[in-house]
Design a binder for this molecule. Structure first.
Ligand SMILES: Cc1ncc(COP(=O)(O)O)c(C=O)c1O
Length: 356
């Protein structure tokens, strides 16, 4: 069977053992004689799986009972809209750290006033600003915890006295943090946690109490809570894939073990960049470097194109930078193995030796 080294930014690899383990469930889930994509979302088997998925999230994230967990279709982009629609009453603050925060802010602008609490635009989004300015009557501060495109990540979260909402699509469950300090966390699961098609939203009950109830039902977080994510037919397979990934993370030793593994992988690639004497130019400032998305440039666009082509010849897929910023990007999500990172690091050193 062919498997490449997959460094795609999302959708992203899943562990081979998780994929292999799904085989039987595709034809006979829990001995129902039906596959996971064939069972009813009103069945006990689905409900048990949904309950278990939420319980695993609570356990792995050490979440208090103050939170509700829901699963919503429409990916991250739907969450840009729903966060604003539900929680923006007067004005909302957005930390300006890149493309995904802009998209969230622009979606929320339909529902009220939005403003930048800070901005990293002055240095082409290569860092996370460490201060935030919050205006009176601000409903929430919204941050993007890991900037998938620019390769920057929060290592210290803002301390503010308004609700804090975080998009963790590209670093959820990649490290141990205090999740209980957020009022809402949401994440598309297609990078660290499973198959594209669903976002998870973890929302504090206090914040839910402030959500609008005069908007279409399907866009209300409270309806998703009330209907336990089954207001309409949920993305059964995506939730199932999340369930399998959460079991995998637990079996790996939970977030402590996953964080260690992710640290090792990122260090392998950043070390090559730092020891290359400027041959590889890292985009992010060291203090804001993402462990999930390593972004860098070569001397010019032609060389970057050549790097991507040679990488592909060697079965390294997905190392081209995002179309908006160019350059190169290596995504090292949970399922990427340390061996894959090590093999790519060796390739990078060899590429530098030949072309440097
Ligand atoms: C941090 C972050 N937020 C949101 C999104 C948008 O997600 P979607 O494509 O599911 O709408 C992405 C996509 O890559 C992302 O990286």
């Amino acid at each position: 069977m062919k498997r490449v080294f997959n460094f795609n930014a999302g959708p992203s690899p899943m562990p081979l053992e998780v994929l292999e383990g799904m085989k039987e469930d595709l034809t006979n889930f829990k001995n129902t004689g039906m596959g996971i994509t064939e069972i009813s979302h009103r069945s006990k088997e689905f409900q048990d799986m949904l309950d278990e998925t939420k319980a695993l999230l609570r356990q792995l994230m050490n979440l208090s009972d103050d939170y509700e967990i829901v699963f919503i279709q429409g990916g991250g982009t739907m969450q840009f809209l729903m966060t604003g629609y539900n929680f923006l009453h007067t004005r909302a603050a957005y930390a300006d750290t890149g493309v995904w925060a802009h998209k969230a802010r622009n979606s929320a602008a339909f529902f009220g006033e939005v403003y930048n609490a800070n901005s990293a635009e002055d240095k082409n989004y290569s860092y996370i600003p460490d201060t935030c300015e919050i205006r009176p009557d601000t409903d929430y501060l919204y941050i993007c915890a890991n900037n998938t495109i620019y390769g920057t990540e929060y290592w210290k979260f803002p301390e503010v006295d308004v609700p804090l909402i975080a998009d963790m699509s590209s670093d959820i469950l990649s490290r141990k943090i205090d999740f209980n300090r957020f009022d809402m966390i949401w994440a598309g699961i297609q990078k660290n946690l499973g198959a594209a098609g669903v976002a998870l939203a973890i929302i504090k009950k206090d914040l839910l109490a402030k959500a609008r109830t005069d908007i279409p039902e399907f866009l209300q977080y409270n309806i998703f809570v009330k209907k336990d994510s089954t207001y309409n037919t949920p993305p059964v397979f995506c939730i199932y894939s999340l369930n399998r990934m959460l079991h995998w993370i637990k079996n790996m030793g939970g977030l402590t073990a996953i964080e260690e593994r992710n640290k090792v992988k990122a260090k392998l690639i950043y070390d090559v960049i730092d020891e290359s004497d400027g041959f590889y130019k890292g985009h992010a400032e060291k203090a804001s470097r993402s462990r999930m998305n390593v972004t860098f440039n070569l001397a010019n666009a032609d060389m970057e194109k050549d790097f991507v082509a040679k990488a592909k010849e060697n079965d390294f897929i997905g190392v081209k930078g995002h179309r908006l910023v160019g350059g190169l990007r290596v995504s090292l999500y949970n399922a990427v193995t340390p061996e894959a990172a090590e093999t790519l690091a060796e390739f990078m050193k060899e590429y530098e030796r030949v072309n440097g």
